[in-house]
Design a protein around this ligand. Structure first.
Ligand code: NAD
Length: 495
């Protein structure tokens, strides 16, 4: 039986794409499951003018667009909890109107003073909004109430801007009240990394540099920039994907076992791991990271000819890199990462490549046997969720040769249909006050310090762009990066 959570939500950017496409349908799922029942209200706010009825109709449409039936009493009851108030976030005096509405709805729905402020809009407004929420009295008071601030990425564009933003938020909210969304942390198989590692002696006892040769993290996108070009061109793959999603995944893979399965303990271990990530000097940054930008093929324009992209853009749409941890567990075992747009396919996966046996007794001089393959544990994050473990076994014949075989676990279609969307999990976590699957400030700051160093080196050189063909796995330099170490990417085209 789901536990009912009580709160009044205030969504800034309440008419935006993210709110309609992800946030409201996720709230509806929580409502259907009983996590939200009668003691909640949602206020949407943006500059647009509309009344509650029009807003409720838009919410119904957003539910329908995400595959829900909306002719039910359940859907009508749900949308009856939604209210709209137009508001310019830079108009301090006008926060009084939002305060009155929040207070009124709090009483009406007996939400017991619990408040969730969700900033789903451009980050340049985050500091102002946080400040005005506090100074204009929107934070409720009392020992048993909560005020939680949820913010979308990007969290700054380098360490300095992130620190300024954090300082601004910290004036109004404590760290444990701030929930920095990284929706990758809401994905089922990313959360499963902890279960896989700390729930299995077999896995965790081998999870170190003695047995693991290297770990590869690939976040591959098939599409180009689409309609996000103006944002993306200012950001690039390093800021857009590596600083947040990839660093979060890597820290879950690299961290030590937490004392307990609590947000405080998990975050402490992730921070410790990130602290031992080697921040490269100029020469190492240039050697260990490569960038790319897609060219054209057939009807597909190159990146520089996409709408809203300058023709001389030097923004990278691809990054690959090698990360090194200077600690007892990982010294000598590199983590290779890559991400990019317009690649061969859309998927996210982690490949853990184990060391080959020290002695291959099957490779005696007269044997025809091919050398033993490495054991590889693959964590499939999306589009299909599951694991695969590659082992060596004897071939089924009279001779004695070995061949790699795979033990596969794939989440079945029904289970994946029932798997909550990342935003549903994360909104539920916010309601529970569980920060496990959000980025803490120390994590964000270490990730920026690492990424800034790469950026600094790149900004000194003019890249030779475009340098990869659409629907490939990136530039030749990404292959060279790993081949130099006598290794290869586990996921390759046509394997
Ligand atoms: P959007 O442009 O569709 O929506 C922005 C919202 O902010 C609108 O409701 C707009 O009316 C409102 N707004 C803008 N200026 C305002 C002002 N001065 N006062 C009041 N309201 C104002 O953006 P989006 O795609 O919904 O994204 C919102 C945030 O989430 C952004 O920070 C984005 O980077 C982040 N994000 C979006 C996605 C996505 O899939 N759309 C994914 C990850 C992160």
């Amino acid at each position: 039986m789901a536990t009912e959570r009580k709160a009044v939500f205030l969504f800034f950017g309440g008419t935006g794409d993210l709110a309609y496409r992800k946030l409201y349908p996720s709230l509806f799922n929580l409502y259907r499951k009983g996590n939200l029942r009668s003691h909640f209200a949602v206020i949407g706010t943006s500059r647009a003018k509309m009344d509650d009825d029009k807003f409720r109709a838009a919410i119904k449409k957003s539910l329908a667009d995400s595959g829900n039936r909306t002719d039910s009493k359940e859907a009508s009851d749900f949308v009856s909890h939604f209210y709209y108030q137009d508001h310019d976030v830079t108009d301090t005096a006008h926060y009084a109107v939002l305060k009155d509405l929040m207070d009124k709805l709090d009483k009406k729905y007996k939400a017991e003073g619990h408040r969730i402020f969700y900033l789903s809009m451009a980050p340049q407004f985050f500091g102002t909004i946080a400040q005005d929420l506090k100074t204009q009295g929107l934070l409720s008071e009392g020992n048993d109430v909560f005020n939680r601030l949820v913010i979308e990425k990007p969290f700054g564009r380098d360490y300095d801007s992130a620190r300024l933003l954090n300082d601004a938020l910290s004036k109004s909210f404590d760290e444990d009240q701030i929930f920095r969304i990284d929706h990758y942390l809401g994905k089922e198989m990313i959360q499963n990394i902890e279960a896989l590692r700390f729930g299995n002696t077999l896995v965790e006892s081998l999870w170190n540099n003695r047995y693991i040769d290297n770990i590869q993290v690939t976040l591959s996108e098939k599409l180009g920039v689409e309609e996000r070009a103006s944002y993306y061109d200012n950001s690039g793959a390093l800021r857009d994907m590596v600083q947040n999603h990839i660093m979060q995944i890597v820290s879950l893979l690299a961290m030590e076992q937490p004392v307990a399965f609590t947000d405080t303990d998990i975050r402490a271990e992730k921070v410790k791991a990130l602290r031992s990530l080697r921040v490269y000097n100029v020469a190492d940054a240039a050697t260990n990271f490569v960038r790319g930008q897609y060219g054209s093929i057939n009807e597909q324009a190159d990146y520089r000819h996409e709408d809203n992209v300058p023709h001389d853009s030097t923004t990278e749409t691809f990054v690959a890199g090698k990360l090194l941890f200077d600690n007892y567990r990982w010294s000598g075992t590199p983590f290779y990462i890559r991400t990019g747009k317009m690649l061969a396919d859309k998927f996210t996966r982690v490949d853990v490549v184990f060391k080959r046996p020290l002695v291959d007794i099957f490779a005696f001089p007269q044997s025809q046997n091919t050398p033993l393959a490495a054991n590889v544990l693959t964590i499939f994050v999306e589009p299909h969720a599951g694991f695969s473990l590659q082992l060596n076994a004897k071939t089924n014949d009279t001779g004695f040769s070995t061949e790699p075989i795979k033990l596969d676990y794939l989440v079945d279609a029904q289970k994946s249909k029932d798997t909550p969307e990342p935003y549903e999990r994360l909104l539920h976590d916010v309601l529970k006050g569980d920060g496990t699957n959000f980025s803490s400030w120390p994590e964000v700051s270490y990730a920026w310090k690492f990424v800034d160093q790469i950026r600094r080196v790149w900004d000194l050189q003019e890249p030779q762009f475009p340098n990869y063909t659409p629907h490939s796995m990136g530039p030749a330099a990404a292959e060279e990066l790993i081949q130099r170490d006598h290794r290869e990417w586990v996921y390759r085209l046509n394997n």
